[in-house]
Ligand binder design. Structure first.
Ligand code: ADP
Length: 833
């Protein structure tokens, strides 16, 4: 017997058996492995038949060379596997499909027969038994490596893994795994079959698998890289396509951009610009050409160019210098205002003669609603200029006037340049409204920008921060308005010709309403051809009970409201019937009255005095209340006070204290009391002129003598009781008139201002000129015998029915002569004094 394998030879000799041999070309069958074989060679088929006839056992041994067709004993490996034939199917082409299951290793011995099939002596090979920790460890690592391998190699079915994990025999494990490693070379398989020590086989398997895993890992890496590359290529392809599309679009945009630039260039050619502007705009256009059309910078440059192109550098509206026509227009738009219209016409006359704007800028000062804005509009109409207006109220930043530099995001030119663009001509009437309401803070002083604007020497080269170009404002006719002179910075006042517009009297309001406001509102409400009349009494009712103002703005608003209500009636009922709006209808149309007409009290009160004040809304009654409280002889003044009023009150109190004897009050009368003077509804006013009011209130309160409810007063006082002149006399008298008061006490020195007061108002008031507090007290306090307290009345001037009357009385007595108990001064009558 010939056993060629060395190890098997060492194996303990076992009984040799004869088995038919099935030589295998390209497969090594291991014990435990079921294989399907296709058998074509005659000798092999014969071997199968031999097996089937007997025990069904067959020897499966690999050829040394797969290509050998007719192997002899030497061509067969000396170790094979004994297997069972499980199934055998004869195929139509004469070949046989057979299912064999490997059973055990066997060493090949003598070839006892060669035909019709090989019969070979075989001897079973017993394996080395591998147990213990090393075997266990080996098994585990083989299993885990196999696990990795299976996960990497998609060709191995995952169930195999489960099978492998369930095997606890090292030899079986090695064989099963090896059977499922498709990439192991035939020669390797054969040598593994021949290895009888499972540990060695497992180690070898590990090596094989690790090499395999490495290869698989690299493969995987390569695969993912390739995949990624594929993806990238795909992405690049996609992006490229997109880019092409974008570029195609961009190409269109570029063309558009080129057109746009050409258009701008044409516009620049056709527009008359200042030399500087032209140079600058061309430079900017050049810059724009180099920019990306959709970039942010391009937008900024484009905006800038647009601004320059849209500004009226040399565009003018034709100016008219027809004074007669101007007068007609001013009259057509405004009732009364004789003097003001004359001033305006004079101003226009100078321009007509010089054909240029000369002289200071006009500044209309007056309460709201007296026609400042509408006068400016009329001037524009009369001179053929456009009209623009900016409101300066609340402007506190110089940049609002002058613009922001272009480096700011979202920078724009200032209000001035913006308005000129809106006007579309460089010679409009430009109204700077509420110039007294500007303020300044850390962002700069808007007034300083206006100084430059209003200065004819400088404004031909006004520099807006945004444009950064000189713009010629010298043809612009600036007109400014303010509510009060006080708020206008002095340097600005210097450049302006102040024209003061006072409030209107009731009569004037009535006429303005009748002749201007009612027709205007009728037209605006589409009531032109509706037979509507608004009666005089209705207008009076509105003036008295629905408005409290110097101007006619609220009156205008209320009349507009009346017209709207009438319009609604007309739509609902029809316009055939004449509509008459009388005083009775007014509450129905306008709701409950907002004001009481007269603020006269029911009776004369102690400590309640009516002063007069000028607020930004015109003249108003300024009531003072005084009361005596326990204290130390001080005066307390409350209410929303203005600077100077406190001092004024102190002066009044000091004067009263110095005159205690005269007023027949005990010397210590003041020592244990304070006098509290309060101004209940005080609104901001100009300057201190409440001295006499406070003095009267204090005296009335201390002496407990009532003050006449029919008397209003104004005047500042000195410590010695002299009455000093005040401002805003006209407004104050109008306010007294509006409040229905009969007597007004005014400082003697203000007599000259009475010229400005409408005669109608003068005629309805009794005006007493006073130069001393005593005279005020004499008029205001309701005393049974004023002479007993204040001495005999003195010569004074009173206006009644609008005419001055000299009321004869005592000459001014010396202070001594007026002490109580002193002989009454002789009364000298001096007619015509
Ligand atoms: P202001 O600018 O002084 O606040 P407005 O010019 O806006 O006042 O005048 C308010 C309204 O009163 C305007 O409708 C204006 O036409 C009208 N108005 C003011 N004064 C007169 C007047 N004297 N004659 C006719 N309408 C006048």
């Amino acid at each position: 017997m010939l056993f060629m394998n060395s190890d098997p030879k060492d194996a303990p000799a076992a009984e040799a058996t004869i088995h038919p041999l099935l030589p295998l070309r390209d497969i090594v069958v291991f014990p435990g492995m079921i294989s399907q074989l296709f058998v074509g060679r005659e000798r092999s088929i014969a071997a199968l038949e031999e097996a089937m006839a007997g025990s069904k056992e067959i020897l499966l041994a690999a050829q040394r060379n797969a290509k050998t067709n007719d192997p002899v004993a030497e061509d067969i490996h000396s170790v094979g596997t004994i297997g069972d034939v499980r199934q055998l199917i004869r195929l139509p082409d004469g070949t046989v499909k057979v299912l064999v299951e490997g059973k055990r290793r066997a060493a090949l011995g003598e070839f006892v027969q060669a035909s019709p099939c090989f019969l070979v002596e075989t001897r079973p090979l017993s394996e080395v038994v591998a147990t213990g920790v090393t075997a266990e460890a080996l098994m585990r690592s083989v299993q885990s490596t196999f696990d990795t391998y299976v996960k990497l190699n998609k060709k191995v079915a995952p169930e195999v893994l489960t099978t492998a994990q369930a095997i606890d025999d090292p030899s079986r494990l090695a064989d099963t795994i090896l059977a499922h490693l498709p990439t192991v070379k035939l020669s390797d398989r054969q040598s593994m079959l021949e290895e009888l020590d499972p540990s060695v086989r497992l180690e070898r398997l590990m090596e094989l698998m690790q090499a395999e895993v490495e290869i698989l890992q690299v493969e995987k890496k390569i695969r993912t890289r390739v995949k990624r590359q594929m993806e990238r290529t795909q992405k690049e392809y996609y992006l490229n396509e997109q880019m092409q599309a974008i570029q195609k679009e961009l190409g269109g945009e570029r063309d558009e951009f080129k057109n746009e630039i050409q258009e701008l260039a044409d516009q620049i050619k056709n527009k008359r610009l200042s030399k500087e502007a032209e140079g600058k705009i061309k430079k900017e256009l050049k810059k724009l050409k180099q920019m990306h059309p959709t970039s942010a910078e391009a937008t900024v440059v484009r905006n800038y160019i647009d601004w320059i192109l849209e500004l009226p550098w040399f565009d003018k509206s034709e100016e008219r210098y027809d004074l007669e026509e101007a007068e007609r227009i001013l009259d057509e738009d405004h009732y009364g205002l004789r003097k003001i219209k004359e001033r305006i016409l004079e101003h226009l006359a100078v321009q007509a003669l010089t054909k240029e704007l000369r002289g200071p800028v006009l500044c209309f000062v007056g309460p709201p609603g007296v026609g400042k804005t509408s006068l400016a509009k009329s001037i524009a109409r009369a001179t053929g200029r456009k009209f623009v207006r900016i409101a300066l109220g609340g402007v506190r930043d110089e940049a609002e006037i002058r613009g922001h530099r272009r480096t700011y995001i979202g920078a724009m030119p200032g209000k001035l340049i913006q308005s000129l663009k809106k006007a579309g001509s460089n010679n409009p009437v430009f109204l700077l409204d509420e110039i007294d309401k500007m303020s300044s803070d850390f962002r700069g002083d808007p007034a300083s920008a206006l100084l430059e604007v209003l200065d004819r020497e400088q404004n031909h080269s006004f520099n807006d921060h945004y444009l950064d170009l000189d713009y010629d404002l010298s043809d612009v006719m600036f007109i400014t308005t303010a509510n009060s002179l006080g708020g206008i910075p002095l340097p600005l006042q210097d450049r302006m010709e102040i024209i003061e517009l006072g409030g209107y009297t009731e009569f004037e309001k009535l006429n303005i309403a009748n002749d201007y406001l009612v027709p205007k509102n009728r037209k605006e409400c589409g009531l032109d051809d509706v037979p509507l009349t608004v009666s005089e009494s209705a207008i009076r009712t509105i003036i008295h009970h629905y408005t409290r103002e110097s101007g006619v703005r609220s009156l205008d608003r209320e009349l507009a409201s009346v017209c709207r209500k009438v319009a609604r009636q007309v739509v609902e009922v029809g316009k055939e019937r004449p509509i008459e709006v009388g005083a009775k209808q007014i509450p129905k149309l306008l709701g409950v009255p907002k004001f009481r007409m007269s603020r006269k009290e029911e009776r004369d009160e102690v400590g309640l005095v009516k002063g007069l004040a000028v607020t930004s809304a015109g003249g108003d009654i300024l009531e003072a209340e005084a009361t005596v409280v326990p204290g130390k002889g001080k005066v307390i003044i409350t209410g929303r006070l203005e600077k100077g009023m406190e001092e004024s009150g102190q002066a009044a109190m000091s004067y009263v204290r110095s005159r205690l004897a005269l007023l027949r009050l005990a010397e210590d009368h003041c020592q244990n009391v304070d006098v509290h003077v309060h101004f209940p509804d005080f609104v901001k006013k100009d300057g201190p002129s409440a001295g006499v009011t406070m003095a009267t209130a204090i005296v009335s309160a201390l002496m407990r003598v009532p003050v006449s409810r029919d008397v209003a007063m104004t005047g500042e006082i000195t410590l010695r009781g002299r009455v000093l002149p005040i401002g805003g006399l006209k407004e104050k008298l109008l306010a007294a008139h509006r409040a229905g008061l009969g007597t007004v006490l005014i400082p003697k020195e203000n007599r000259k201002d009475l010229r400005d007061v409408p005669r109608r108002v003068l005629k309805l008031l009794r005006i007493v000129l006073v130069d001393h507090v005593d005279d005020v007290l004499r008029e205001a306090l309701v005393l049974e015998d004023p002479a007993a307290l204040l001495g005999p009345p003195r010569t004074r001037i009173e206006y009644r029915d609008g005419e001055p009357h000299v009321i004869e009385g005592a000459e001014r007595a010396s202070e001594d002569a007026r002490r109580p108990g002193a002989p009454a001064p002789s009364v000298a009558h001096q007619p015509g004094a």
